[in-house]
Structure formats: C-alpha cells, structure tokens
Design a protein around this ligand. Structure first.
Ligand SMILES: [Zn+2]
Length: 208
C-alpha cells in the first residue's frame, strides 16, 4: 500500500491524497467509514420554552440540528459508549441555549454554549427572523453521532476517483465541513477500521 499527498488545501479544509496498492473494496470501505462512521457533534434535542416566531418549533429544531459545531473527540464519548450508559452526562452531552427578542435576525452566533470548544462554526448562519414583539427561548443538547444515522453528523464531503480503472490507484478528496480537520477525519477513520477488525477477530476466536 502507498499513500501520497497530492494537495493540502488547509484554507479550504480539504486534502487530496492518492492511495495505491489496495483494491476497490478496501478503498470503498475507507470512504464509507470516513463519511458515515467518524462521529461529529450536532444538536439532537431542543426544548423550546418560548416561540412566537413565524416558524414552527419543529422547523427551528431542524435548522439547529444542521448547524455545524466544532468537535472535540478527545473530550467527548458517544452517548451509547459513555460510562453513563446513554443517560446523558458531561462526557457525552453539551448544553446550548438561545434567547432573542425581535425585531432582529437570530444567527448561529447568538447561541450560548456551556463548552467553548463546542460552538457553531459559521456565526452568520441565520436561524429565524423575529418581528417586533416576537421572541424565542430554548435549551438544546448536542451529542456525538454518525453520518449513517443522520446527515447532520456527516463530517464532510468524501469521494475518490480512479484515474485509470486498470490500475489500482484511488485519488481521495476529503473536504471537511469544519467540525474536524481533514487529517482528523482520516486518522479517526483508520482507528475505527482497526477497532472493527479487532472486534471481528475476537468474534472469530469465540467461534473456535
Ligand atoms: Zn455520558
């Protein structure tokens, strides 16, 4: 197997590398793990205390879920793998609050977070426009999740091209949405791939 860096476009959150000496099944598994199994943070639960805006509660909750949040994989665990056994604790959940009164446009930057490491990446993303007398107040919970469960947990756009289908070379493009760096996406994917293979080996041993 050989990996060569083709381009590192840090400002665009994008890396392009060439992977050769592997077959299509291997390259495709790596692509799927990077895109759909590497976890990132996103808002999952929203408790709306006040909402007199023109948008329904469900639409606001949906819009909040799609706001990309900076992600710290070292400090947080997946809820299902956390020591709290899925109840929700400081190791697997982050609380965020939002309170605004019209007239104004409510932006992602108006969200207050309990952990400064987990915050909206694009402050100018609009959530709702409030007219005079309208207001909104809510508390939200963000958790780590995987793109295979919902696209809001997808870490970026990941694809490969085969310049010459007779040759076993795959040109991978990893373009992060910003929650993780492209390098973190690749490193975490390889770590997950190893873990899955180890678990598989253990299962095979238990059959013997
Ligand atoms: Zn927990």
């Amino acid at each position: 197997m050989e990996i060569k860096l083709v381009e590192n476009q840090e400002k665009k959150n994008r890396i392009i590398f060439s992977l050769s000496g592997v077959d299509t099944a291997y390259a495709n598994t790596l692509r799927r793990i990077m895109g759909f199994e590497v976890p990132v943070m996103a808002i999952e639960d929203v408790e709306l205390r006040k909402n007199t805006s023109i948008l329904y509660d469900e639409i606001i909750a949906h819009r909040l879920g799609l706001i990309p949040l900076s992600t710290d994989l070292k400090s947080y665990d997946m809820m299902s793998e956390c020591k709290c056994k899925g109840v929700g604790c400081a190791s697997c959940t982050v609380k965020l609050t939002l309170k605004a009164q019209g007239p104004c446009t409510v932006y992602a930057s108006d969200i207050k977070t309990k952990d400064p490491e987990i915050k909206p990446l694009y402050p100018k993303m609009p959530i709702v426009k409030l007219l005079e007398g309208q207001e909104i107040e809510l508390e939200a919970t963000a958790i780590l999740g995987r793109g295979k469960e919902h696209s809001k947990w997808c870490p970026g756009l990941i694809f490969y091209k085969m310049p010459d289908p007779d040759k076993d070379e795959f040109i991978f493009t990893i373009e992060s949405w910003g929650q993780l760096t492209p390098k973190e996406i690749v490193t975490k994917a390889i770590e997950l791939y190893d873990k899955q293979l180890e678990e598989f080996a253990e299962l095979v041993k238990s059959i013997e």
